[in-house]
Design a protein around this ligand. Structure first.
Ligand SMILES: Nc1ncnc2c1ncn2[C@@H]1O[C@H](COP(=O)(O)OP(=O)(O)OP(=O)(O)O)[C@@H](O)[C@H]1O
Length: 326
């Protein structure tokens, strides 16, 4: 195992709002350079956790360390936050009447003008904002605001970036552009990042490691592949993708399989599941075929539409791909 120092460490963080527990004993390790995705449903406590990590909110119990330094409580301080940990809120906090370039340059107002100019140009390029550098912030789309806020927060090269739902409310085009900007950041800026999301596909695509947050508790941490292929329970299995419960599941041993692991066979002797097509749905890059028999239903994917509703199908899968949860 690689010996690596942590940039950020949160230890046994708990937080209540009134009598409601929002976070319970949350422990998070962020090694230098890692992108950690926190995946959880709406209301699971993601934003609260980010605000505690960014020093905008105090936990009721637990500690946050930045490179071995225990962070002081934030309440009572005039300016919350931390110089090396930048939190980008969902509201972005840009100056509406200033241009993209002016918003970014503001973060560097105490720097040498020559350096400021170079750094702003670099940030505009990394985040793909160069073509709209002179656009006023109030006229930007959601995705452009998001990228400007990221560029502004990166200006002083913080060690840790905290992103609250970076892809929320973006159309496909803006998601693509932001994704390219993030890829550039990962490669060129070498910073650590914690981002929270309720979209499994974003967490799976962008994280080195994922922590699944459910009702304020971390219930699984692992690589995207581990969380997807070896979920600790049916909640994580269903949160991270489509699943088919197999009819031989029992109360104390549930068995399920992802639709992409199921194959069609023309040979009835090789079939593990026989039924008829009940519905066909087009998803752009694949077709979802939903089949039924007396025991239940099963969905699988095809990359072309070679079946009709009502048609009989023989399906097979490898026992290796069946996931089992006690
Ligand atoms: N200032 C507050 N006072 C009281 N309750 C709050 C406060 N802030 C958040 N909550 C509650 O705490 C819970 C967790 O909120 P939080 O915003 O951290 O969740 P989230 O996972 O980020 O949700 P979303 O994905 O919808 O933004 C929610 O039930 C929310 O209503």
């Amino acid at each position: 195992m690689k010996k690596q120092k942590l940039t950020l460490k949160a230890q046994e963080i708990s937080k209540h709002y009134g009598s409601a527990a929002v976070l319970s004993d949350v422990t998070i390790d962020l090694p230098a350079g890692e992108w950690l995705g926190i995946l959880g449903e709406s209301g699971s406590g993601k934003s609260t956790l980010l605000r505690i990590l960014g020093r905008f909110l105090d936990a009721d119990a637990g500690s946050v360390y930045f490179k071995e330094e225990l962070l002081r409580p934030v309440s009572g301080e005039l300016i919350p936050g931390h110089e090396q940990i930048k939190l980008i809120h969902q509201e972005f906090e840009l100056f509406p009447n200033q241009t993209v370039e002016e918003n970014i340059a503001y973060s560097l107002r105490f720097y040498d003008p020559e350096y400021k100019k170079e750094r702003v140009a670099e940030l505009l390029q990394i985040t793909g904002l160069e073509p709209i550098r002179n656009q006023k912030a109030k006229l930007l789309s959601g995705g452009e605001k998001q990228r400007t806020a990221i560029a502004k927060s990166l200006a002083e090269q913080p060690d840790v970036l905290l992103l609250d739902e970076p892809f929320a409310h973006l159309d496909n085009h803006n998601r693509r552009v932001l994704a390219d900007a993030i890829e550039n950041l990962r490669q060129e800026q070498k910073m650590s990042c914690i981002f929270v999301t309720h979209e499994a596909s974003d967490a799976l695509a962008w994280s080195d490691r994922i922590a699944v947050l459910r009702d304020g508790k971390i219930i699984q941490t692992g690589s995207p592949q581990e969380v997807y292929n070896q979920p600790v329970d049916s909640y994580v299995a269903e949160l991270t993708g489509d699943i088919n419960w197999l009819a031989d599941s029992t109360a104390d041993k549930k068995r399920f399989i992802r639709p992409e692991k199921i194959k069609r066979t023309k040979n009835p002797e090789k079939s593990k599941w026989t039924g008829s097509v009940d519905a066909i749905r087009f998803h752009g890059n694949h077709w979802e075929i939903r089949c039924v028999n007396k025991q239940g239903s099963l969905a699988f994917y095809r990359n072309r539409k070679d079946l009709e509703v009502g048609e009989q199908v023989f399906l097979t899968y490898s026992e290796r791909d069946v996931m089992k949860i006690q």
